[in-house]
Design a protein around this ligand. Structure first.
Ligand SMILES: C[S@@+](CC[C@H](N)C(=O)[O-])C[C@H]1O[C@@H](n2cnc3c(N)ncnc32)[C@H](O)[C@@H]1O
Length: 317
């Protein structure tokens, strides 16, 4: 069990090298984001070298199935549900695989909104698109081919009127009453200004539109001993080390609840997908940095969750 120390001491002791490296690389990410992304080989899902194309394609299929399962839409009903819908995905990563499958299943258009220019049509990513095509039904394949610039060459990319990347340093779409469905997976925990992202999301949604998010509140490898001890770093130091890198913003479920409560949306679903054990919370409780001291034990246990919202007002769901 970790000894009980103040958060500042816990943050720094034994780790000045890590702190200095993190601060220096944060400046690199700030002034040369493209170089930082290339040097770190980011895909959004982890290191580019580790995954085979068919694993990546399977990941995208699983993501899409999970969205519809959570929305309570049977797979047979998905084409009718998506018909003519405009979707916005926050943080697609380096390949719009989920967007491609949404178009294959009937969506009219998908906006892919990202803070970082990760998108890459590398030969490997083109093979992923080819794998997605081969796993589609005939009708899906025809729809997916129709959104490729060259239906016989996935490496030529997507038609922007069907799948469009909006890469903005703010990570915000700037859209207004334009989308019927918002999706994200493993993204909200990375956004630098969570309130701004929720405000952007709600402005982009038409009345009656639905937003579904899967959020991962774990440390993403940035803990030292216990998986919640990354909440011991002071806010100021965390920002100096990580603010430009897109690593977790560390906000807990209580912050999401507070933000959502101020928006013109109804919460259709909010439940934890992973929970820490009560003992894990007891261990980190004395170490917590200021922003987390007031988070309840129950809320600290949330290590991931699903959130489904509907924008109030008349309109189709
Ligand atoms: C962990 S990756 C998840 C990628 C993809 N959704 C997946 O499941 O593989 C996080 C994604 O969020 C993006 N991101 C980070 N901050 C963002 C922001 N403020 N707005 C939009 N996207 C952001 C990253 O560039 C990256 O594409």
């Amino acid at each position: 069990m970790a000894s009980v120390r103040s958060s500042a001491t816990y943050s720094l002791r034994g780790d000045p090298g890590r702190v200095l490296r993190a601060i220096a690389t944060n400046q690199l990410a700030r002034f040369a984001p493209g170089l930082y992304v290339r040097l770190t080989g980011q895909t959004g899902r982890g290191s580019a070298a580790e995954e085979a194309p068919d694993d990546i394609a399977r990941y995208f299929r699983d993501c899409v199935d999970a969205y519809f399962e959570r929305l309570g839409v049977a797979l047979a009903d998905v084409p009718a549900y998506l018909d003519q819908k405009v979707i916005m995905e926050y943080g697609p990563g380096d390949l719009p695989g989920v967007a491609a499958l949404m178009v294959a299943k009937g969506a009219r258009k998908v906006y892919c909104v990202d803070r970082f220019a990760l998108f890459s049509l590398s030969p490997k990513n083109a093979r992923v698109v080819a794998d997605l095509l081969s796993g589609c039904s005939e009708a899906e394949r025809a729809r997916l081919r129709a959104c490729l610039r060259n239906p016989d060459d996935p490496a030529a990319g997507f038609k922007p009127d069907r799948i469009e990347y909006l890469v903005r340093s703010s990570g915000l779409s700037g859209l207004s009453a334009a989308v019927d469905l918002v999706i994200s997976r493993a993204v909200l925990e990375h956004v630098n200004d969570l309130e701004a992202t929720f405000a952007d999301m709600v402005s982009a949604m038409r009345a009656g539109a639905v937003a579904i998010h899967q959020v991962d509140l774990r440390s993403h490898g940035l803990h030292k001993v216990h998986r919640l001890d990354f909440l011991a770093w002071s806010d100021a130091l965390w920002r100096r080390m990580y603010s430009h890198k897109g690593v977790p913003n560390r906000w807990r479920i209580d912050t999401y609840r507070r933000i959502v409560a101020g928006l013109p949306v109804d919460v259709l679903h909010c439940s934890p997908s992973t929970l820490a054990a009560p003992q894990e919370v007891s261990v980190v409780r004395p170490l917590l940095a200021e922003p987390f001291k007031t988070v309840s034990d129950d809320d600290l246990r949330w290590l991931g969750f699903w959130l489904v919202l509907r924008k109030r007002g008349p309109g189709r769901a």
